[in-house]
Design a protein around this ligand. Structure first.
Ligand code: GAP
Length: 439
């Protein structure tokens, strides 16, 4: 019987992470750097598959969406106009005894959570990282590392409309790094100072924003469950008016039941026409949309589904971790959606016998042209299956001595452990079909 944890086991994930190469502490040999992480060989594939699944769903499979990739560094006026210079801050207080600093909106009391000392009155701390552009370090050359990818979309609104002839409603999607000098990062990759966002700015006719907000909330929730998150571990939470960001008039968070409690995976906000208006005013450019049907010029409203790549990866990963008894031992299985697994197919020669190797290598060469494939010939076949189960590989292809005669291989399914013999000539289409539709 599979032991389904109520939700993921963080200790198991952390041990798996380092041992198998999902995530490492950044600059570990120098003692690390506060809450920054590096994705290792398996982590980078898992993350890439999560981003691909998102891009396919919100760009490639929709007629009303296009993509873009803006620079991280932008004209600093962008952040003045967007309101981030003035408003993108958290309340912070310092402990009078241990001098640690805390985000006070996270705290229940005015005492230091570390040493019990008295906290000073909070002050606003701007979360944007600053750096200098060019060879002079003065205020004129100061730029920011973007705290959200969204602004790169707003400033390109007219470029995209003019180059694609898109009509409302339509959206622009982007995946990229964002940086926030968080006061209290933590919980592994959940809150870090450098992270990746998957953002959509969806432009609609004013008055239709309410229905589009609800439609995007449903689409985005469905995406997380389609890719394997148990519905019980997801919930929607509408923002109270006093927690809305400075640009939003409504917002729903999709929350995941992390081991430390419910926390935000993605926010879907109604940003009204705030950003386009602000940029039009500050830049002096006309950023209105011309509606050919009504012959009106107006600022579209914007619905913004904004998710964190790292948080999505962590949630899929935690949700997928499973263990089941296997004789006297325990079989650890990462039941990731087959399209998200870091390795899609493992090519496993039964042994390193010289007669098997050329055929095994040939099968591997065919597979890797179509799937993320790993060749593993170390230790017994049973141990290799276990190793692949632990990292979530949905399909193991075993090349044995019968293969040399009948030109067939054994394909093993991770979840049922069911094995079937498949002709090598059919292997690619069969696996493509199983990848699309399941076993
Ligand atoms: N453009 C809107 C925006 O940035 P947000 O709610 O501040 O909204 C969107 O961020 C998403 O980015 C969050 O739902 C979360 O998944 C991710 N995110 C935000 N801050 C993060 C951090 N410090 N570390 C990791 N992910 C973060």
């Amino acid at each position: 019987m599979a032991r389904h944890l109520p939700y993921g086991d963080m200790d198991k994930i952390l041990s798996l992470s380092k041992r198998r190469g999902f995530v490492f502490q950044s600059s570990e040999i120098y003692g690390g750097l506060g809450s920054t992480w590096d994705y290792g060989p398996l982590g980078v594939e898992l993350k890439r598959h999560v981003k691909e699944a998102w891009w396919r769903s919100v760009v490639l499979e929709r007629d009303d969406m296009v993509g873009q990739d803006a620079a991280i560094l932008m004209n600093p006026q962008v952040w003045v106009a967007s309101g981030h210079v003035e408003n993108f801050s958290d309340p912070m207080a310092e402990c009078s005894s241990c001098h640690r600093r805390f985000r006070t909106d996270d705290l229940d009391s005015k005492l230091c959570p570390e040493c019990g000392g008295e906290l000073a009155d909070p002050r606003q701390f701007n979360l944007m990282f600053k750096t200098f552009m060019g060879p002079v370090e003065d205020t004129a050359s100061q730029v920011y590392l973007r705290p959200e990818t969204a602004q790169g979309i707003f400033v390109n609104f007219t470029n995209v409309v003019n180059s694609t002839r898109k009509k409302l409603p339509f959206g622009i999607a982007q995946i990229g790094k964002a940086f926030r000098n968080e006061i209290t990062p933590g919980n592994f990759t959940f809150r870090t100072r450098e992270f990746e966002q998957m953002e959509i700015e969806y432009f609609v006719k004013p008055g239709t924003n309410g229905e589009w907000l609800h439609s995007w909330v449903q689409d985005r929730l469905a995406w997380y469950t389609e890719y394997g998150i148990r519905p019980d571990n997801l919930r929607l939470r509408r923002h109270a008016s006093d927690e809305l960001a400075h640009y939003a008039n409504d917002c729903y968070d999709i929350e995941y039941r992390f081991p430390w409690g419910w926390a935000e995976l993605e926010g879907i906000a109604d940003r009204t026409d705030y950003d386009l208006r602000q940029h039009a005013e500050a830049s002096g450019q006309d950023l209105q949309y011309f509606d050919e049907e009504t012959k009106e010029h107006y600022f579209p409203y914007v619905i913004e589904p904004s998710g964190g790549v790292d948080r999505a990866v962590l949630a899929f990963w935690l949700d997928a971790y499973d263990e089941e008894p296997d004789g006297d031992t325990v079989r650890a299985v990462l039941r990731l959606h087959r399209k998200l697994s870091p390795v899609t197919v493992a090519a496993l020669p039964l042994s390193r016998n010289a007669k098997l190797v050329p055929t095994a290598r040939e099968v591997y060469a065919q597979l890797r042209r179509h799937f993320t494939t790993q060749y593993d010939d170390a230790q017994s076949i049973g141990r290799r299956y276990r190793r692949q189960d632990e990292i979530g590989t949905p399909f193991c292809v075993t090349i044995d001595f019968d293969t040399l005669d009948d030109k067939q291989v054994t394909v093993r399914d991770r979840d049922t452990m069911h094995q079937s013999r498949i002709p090598i000539a059919d292997l690619i289409p069969v696996l493509q079909d199983k990848l699309e539709h399941g076993w």
